[in-house]
Design a protein around this ligand. Structure first.
Ligand code: GLC
Length: 734
């Protein structure tokens, strides 16, 4: 096998390194926030620091690099890591919101801008994309995810990697991306963060590993091991995962970093009895850099002296680190040259953030309680008095969402400001926050809110979750609107004034109790810096909502986990089988009910399906055709259709293609997303849409956990969300 120039350079450098210097390359430590303590100076001078995390003062970063380059024996530059999850200064919607735009192009652009802005602070490594499959809205980190579906998450995750890394990692403004959290973190039991995960290998391979596989093949520079216990072996000490899957099966050559102190936590898990043993297990598994904890630097020499690990094994870890630094071009240019980087928050960046926020918004409901025509879009000329209600209407901080280290609220356009910016001159806006926070239970301002609602032509409620209620370690067992928000909506619903509810949240919320008490609902996630103007333009029709849900919305939290790509079971839920608890006859005999996979007290369907989202336009799908109903395995095939916009409004529609493999050597989901396209359809016109597929797209890990395409019968459907009917039959033949 030929050795690349980067591998050659890394091996030449490795040959000059002492054991101490080698071990130094396996250690990441936290910056001190704008100054350099003496211990850090000395650590870098001695070659004991490979990477610094959370230092974003450029002068300090350049000085850290200078010390490494000029005052250490071998002059090995530093990796400067930062969580740049959905923007640096220009904040984009939370990743779950970005996923609702179903646009790899938008996600790539957002990551590119985040890379350029963070590079201005000397950052050369971000810990993103987070591509955990998330199917539990109780889990706070669903906010950082790209949703429940492996196909959508894979497409968007690869786009994010490309945005961060550009086409050449060594170019100025490209930063190393990091596929995290490897793997299965989203399946944490009961949606509690850091909790145990038990995932059968077949599901791991067919669901959770998929986005990471595509990230690896896309050239992501690094992986991060998860905190979680994976089937009894925590990921940071899991050789099956980090060696057999990542290195042997996927031939991944990049760098693996542990999550924050996750190596030290192997002892807490009970996988090891000491930090030394944790160091051994993690190194044997293949963690190259230890984040924050010091099990490696404190114990590795002893492990080598005791022959519990070979120096040659250490060499392999060091090589992965050095190769990454060479790939980043750090040996040639470790210092940040601001002259080649665009300014923070420039017009282009803010425009991109607004577009992302706008295309992320999902219109969940648009009707009127009195049966008249839908409330949205509002007419600027007819809307002369607006009641704006809710604490999130005027909070540039909360709208930024979770995992925002460097964004600042003063740059945000709040929802209230956005409305004021676009309404007609003379329009009266009365604002009543009602609550001090989204968790507030004080109802004293309800009467005042009702009063301004009664006087208004429309009431616009901005409710939901503060940013701290989602994200890492911020999980909820009850995912209703927090505080007394439901009570507020109930109270205001006594008014005949049309009510529009805009929800800012980091997860799907169980809003079933209030949907019939308001007219229209727009789900804006945490929309970022430009959220306010993006939302205002949608509400008044300057933009048309086009987002589609990247995650299923349950009716009640007791339905969780609920997701579209479920298995059929032997007794699938169906209308005939559903008997509501209130309708169960008294003393009903044991076998008298539906005897199917349903709950007695909640309908078996979700409140909103994966892929669901309304538009101001009205779309119709016609002439779905497949190129052949018998397709030889190994060949390509295509699916064509027409999408008609029957309205007077030009708009985007996200066309979705799902399949079902009716019989497999393991049971297959009742639907699987295999294609999507965001198409622009002018008013009163029809566009042709074409999907090019290959039988490889229908491959799955079979009964032997081997990736395989099995002959047999399939169904296919194309439509506007995952509740569509699969009405095209085809067969794969050998
Ligand atoms: C955190 C997170 C991880 C993040 C890392 C560094 O605990 O789990 O996603 O990248 O620590 O901040």
């Amino acid at each position: 096998m030929t050795t690349s120039p980067i591998e050659t350079k890394a091996m030449q450098l490795l040959s000059k390194m002492t054991l101490d210097e080698k071990l130094g390359q396996l250690s990441q430590t936290c910056g001190a926030g704008g100054h350099i303590p003496q211990y850090l100076v000395e650590g870098i001078q001695k070659g004991r620091v490979s990477s610094v995390i959370n230092e974003v003062d450029l002068a300090t970063v350049n000085e850290l690099q200078r010390i490494a380059k000029e005052e250490s024996r071998l002059g090995i530059p530093l990796l400067i890591g930062r969580d740049v999850i959905h923007g640096f200064k220009t904040i984009f919607p939370i990743p779950l919101g970005q996923a609702a735009a179903w646009s790899p192009e938008l996600v790539e652009k957002g990551a590119r801008i985040a890379a350029l802005e963070s590079a201005r602070a000397g950052v050369n490594w971000t810990f993103a994309p987070m591509i955990d499959i998330a199917r539990d809205p109780r889990w706070g980190r669903i906010a950082e995810s790209l949703g429940e579906d492996p196909f959508l998450c894979s497409q968007l995750g690869v786009a994010m990697v490309k945005g961060f890394q550009s086409d050449d990692l060594s170019t100025n403004g490209a930063i190393a991306a990091c596929a995290k959290h490897f793997v299965g973190y989203g399946a944490s039991e009961s949606g509690r963060d850091y909790n145990t995960t038990n995932i059968p290998e077949n599901e791991l391979r067919n669901v959770h590993l998929q986005p990471f596989y595509f990230a690896a093949k896309s050239g992501v520079a690094s992986f991060m091991s998860s905190f979680s216990d994976l089937n009894g072996v925590p990921a940071s000490g899991n050789q099956w995962l980090l060696k057999q899957i990542l290195r042997d099966e996927w031939q991944y050559k990049g760098l693996v970093v542990s999550d924050w102190e996750s190596i030290k936590e192997l002892k807490v898990h009970g996988l090891s009895a000491s930090d030394k043993d944790s160091a051994r297990l993690a190194a044997k598994a293949g963690i190259d850099i230890e984040m924050q904890s010091t099990c490696y630097i404190d114990n590795m020499k002893a492990l080598i002296d005791e022959s519990k690990i070979q120096e040659s094994e250490i060499d392999s870890l060091v090589l992965n680190v050095l190769q990454t630094k060479f790939a980043l071009g750090l040996f040639d240019q470790a210092y940040t040259d601001l002259s080649t980087l665009p300014a923070y928050l420039n017009h282009e960046h803010l425009s991109a953030a607004k577009e992302a926020a706008q295309k992320s918004c999902v219109l969940l409901q648009n009707q009127s309680r009195n049966g008249a025509s839908p409330i949205l879009p509002l007419n600027k000329n007819d809307t002369k008095r607006i009641a704006v209600i809710g604490p999130l209407a005027n909070d540039g901080y909360e709208q930024l969402g979770t995992w925002v280290f460097d964004g600042e609220e003063q740059h945000s356009i709040s929802c209230l400001s956005g409305l004021k910016e676009i309404v007609n001159e003379g329009t009266e806006i009365k604002f009543e926050p009602v609550f001090a926070s989204s968790r507030d239970k004080d109802t004293q301002q309800f009467e005042k809110a009702l009063s301004i609602t009664e006087q208004a032509d429309v009431a616009i409620l901005f409710l939901g979750e503060e940013s701290i209620l989602s994200g890492e370690a911020h999980c909820r067992s009850n995912i209703d609107l927090p505080g007394a928000q439901n009570e507020l909506i109930e109270y205001l619903s006594q008014s005949s004034t049309p009510i529009v509810l805009v929800i800012l949240a980091g997860r799907p919320l169980t809003i079933q109790p209030i949907v019939n008490k308001i007219d229209s609902i727009l789900y804006a996630w945490h929309p970022g810096t430009m959220g306010g103007i993006a939302i205002a333009e949608i509400l008044f029709g300057d933009a048309c909502p086009s987002g589609k849900l990247p995650v299923t919305f349950p009716r009640v939290v007791g339905q969780v986990p609920i997701y579209y790509a479920q298995k059929n079971s032997g007794r699938p839920a169906a209308e005939w089988s559903y008997v509501h608890i209130d309708d169960v006859p008294q003393r009903a005999p044991q076998t008298s009910l539906g005897m199917a996979a349903t709950h007695l007290d909640t309908h078996f369907t979700p409140l909103y399906s994966f892929g669901f989202g309304l538009s101001y336009a009205e779309f119709a799908y016609h002439d779905v055709n497949i190129s052949d109903n018998k397709i030889v395995i190994g060949e390509s095939f295509s699916v064509t259709l027409k999408v008609e916009n029957k309205s007077e409004i030009d708009a985007d529609e996200i066309v979705q293609l799902y399949i079902r493999d009716l019989v497999g050597s393991v049971t297959r989901p009742v639907k699987e997303l295999k294609g999507f396209q965001r198409v622009y359809v002018k008013a009163k016109s029809i566009v042709n849409v074409n999907f090019e597929l290959h039988t490889d797209d229908l491959a799955f890990y079979d009964i032997n956990n081997k990736l395989n395409v099995e002959a047999g019968d399939f169904l296919l459907g194309v439509g506007k969300d995952s509740s569509l009917e699969l009405n095209v039959a085809f067969e794969l033949i050998n």
